[in-house]
Design a protein around this ligand. Structure first.
Ligand code: TNX
Length: 521
């Protein structure tokens, strides 16, 4: 079978010239050899058996260029070869000889990553250019290489999400954590509870009366499939029991009230009906997302649970279960939700507030976000929880990336999140004294909170190029990482951004890319 197909969008930009080894994230073993491989206009990919069904899956919409896929081994310019001896599903070996590029992997994921590297090399060289012969042996430093997007505070929509997924695929990032609910808007259709979207999806942080914006279940399914083709797993987050105003105002019978500043901020942990309501929601959510994980937030409940002190249901709950204070009520809530998640066969993920809730070790993952509280990271590891590192500094992309920027966040001491600190993560600055080289630390994740990001343009400005630095932090071992070398590889990456109309911050020439205005100061 010989099909004319076209390749994953941006990778083949034959007009650019550059150094062949300009791969981002940089491979973990790269050895240059004698000789070179010339790149001509037609690139064929050949494979057979295990990987043959893979090609049409990911080789999709063309930009400027098309390739030919052949189902015959040994014939293509790029040859995909299944190698059962490569156990890590994400690992690949890539060999460039003067005749061809071979990619060996034991799994489709590794093959996909090998292709990403090969296609970067080819596009860097350009038609008529050449790639130095080399041998690459590569696999990720972390198995969890994540990006989170908050679509509640400001809804970004399908086009932006797909574009993020495309760049995640280029960067070998593999977990998209989707913050779909929060006080400012409920963004996922739940058929059993239609008011969640007919009421709860109205508004955003800038305009509480903005027309309802949310994803239908059909749209969610489309995005999940789009991600799957790029070897990205989507982990939905339904935040509870705080950050819940949009749901609590849709179904006030489950509201646990709020504070003066944050009305209806919580669900009511004192009512059995609340657990049924939330479990039914999660059950529907789980049918849409094949991931074994579900994130239930759990953060910042104390911001708006004053009302719990006076709600009779909660006072009764405290008596019955001998709960001494509101934190214990919170923990009780987490345990009940954890039970229900476990009974549905999924793993519970929560923000680092859940560390002290006594949740089952085997079924809980913690996201450490409070960089000023390293003791919570230590406690998570000591207790045996699996952990993802996503400390605000330097991994929250709503923090500014340059001193001249005004609209994003800064920490109280003036610290923010420049690209270099993302690149150097985990390093030791934020995790000093804590042994993070344990298998319990599954990986790292950057979070894009959108209180101060109200348009796709600003979303991109805050994301790029820090996402490229994140990818290298997540994929590449310390012994190979080098910020100066990364900087030189960014020249080409910025051309890719330009070519695809991405608004990015040119961190080496700040004046050339002024800050895209934020929602408010
Ligand atoms: C903290 S991270 C939050 C979010 C905000 C973010 C802004 C976390 C678990 N909670 O609700 O959007 O800071 O940087």
């Amino acid at each position: 079978m010989k099909t004319r197909i076209s390749i994953l969008f941006f990778l083949i930009l034959f007009s650019y010239l550059g150094q062949a080894q300009e791969i981002i994230p940089f491979p973990n073993h790269y050895e240059q050899k004698e000789g070179k491989l010339n790149v001509s206009k037609i690139v064929t990919i050949s494979t057979y058996g295990e990987f043959s069904s893979l090609i049409p899956e990911f080789v999709k919409t063309a930009k400027r260029f098309s390739i030919q896929a052949k189902e015959k081994v040994g014939k293509g310019f790029i040859q995909l070869i299944w190698n059962a001896a490569i156990y890590n599903p994400e690992e690949y070996r890539l060999n460039i000889t003067s005749k061809a590029i071979t990619i060996e992997a034991g799994c489709a994921n590794g093959c996909f990553y090998g292709l990403q590297s090969a296609l970067q090399l080819i596009s860097n060289a350009g038609v008529g250019g050449s790639i130095p012969c080399a041998s690459i042996q590569d696999g990720p430093r972390y198995e969890w290489r994540g990006l989170m997007l908050d679509e509640s505070r400001h809804f970004m929509g399908m086009k932006e999400v797909k574009s993020l997924l495309d760049f995640m695929a280029l960067y070998k990032l593999n977990k998209f954590h989707w913050h779909l609910t929060d006080s400012q808007g409920w963004r996922i259709e739940i058929k059993q509870y239609p008011l969640l979207t007919s009421i709860g999806a109205i508004g955003n942080l800038t305009d509480p009366n903005a027309p309802a914006k949310y994803y239908t279940q059909a749209e969610i399914a489309e995005i999940v499939e789009y991600a799957k083709q790029r070897f990205i797993e989507i982990i939905p987050e339904i935040d509870m029991p705080g950050h819940a105003s949009s749901a609590a105002k849709s179904y006030p019978e489950f509201s646990g009230g709020g504070s003066e500043r944050l009305p209806d901020f919580t669900f009511n942990p004192g009512k059995d009906g609340t657990y049924t309501f939330l479990t039914n929601i999660l059950r529907e959510v789980m049918t849409l997302f094949p991931s074994k994980y579900i994130h239930i937030g759990g953060d910042e409940v104390h911001y708006g649970n004053d009302k719990w002190n006076s709600l009779p249901d909660i006072q009764q709950l405290m008596k019955t279960h001998e709960l001494k204070n509101l934190v214990e009520v919170e923990h009780y809530f987490h345990n009940r939700m954890s039970d229900s998640i476990k009974s549905m066969g999924k793993t519970f993920i929560g923000w680092d507030e859940v560390v002290q809730a006594n949740l089952p070790i085997s079924n809980t993952m913690v996201m450490w976000w409070r960089q000023e509280r390293p003791e919570l990271l230590k406690e998570s590891i000591d207790k045996g929880y699996q952990v993802i590192l996503c400390p605000r500094l330097p991994l929250y992309f709503d923090f500014i990336q340059n001193t001249s920027h005004k609209y994003g966040r800064k920490w109280s001491d003036g610290k923010f999140a420049p690209i270099e600190s993302v690149y150097n993560f985990p390093g030791t600055e934020y995790t000093s004294g804590i042994s993070i080289s344990t298998p319990l630390v599954k990986g790292i994740e950057a979070c894009i909170w959108t209180e101060r990001i109200h348009t796709p343009e600003r979303l991109q400005f805050m994301t790029y190029p820090r996402l490229s630095a994140l990818s290298e932090a997540a994929w590449t071992e310390d012994r190979v990482k080098n910020f100066d070398n990364f900087n030189s590889r960014m020249n080409r990456m910025m051309k890719i951004y330009k070519d695809f109309g991405i608004t990015f911050f040119d961190y080496r020439n700040p004046d050339s890319s002024p800050e895209v205005e934020g929602a408010y100061l």
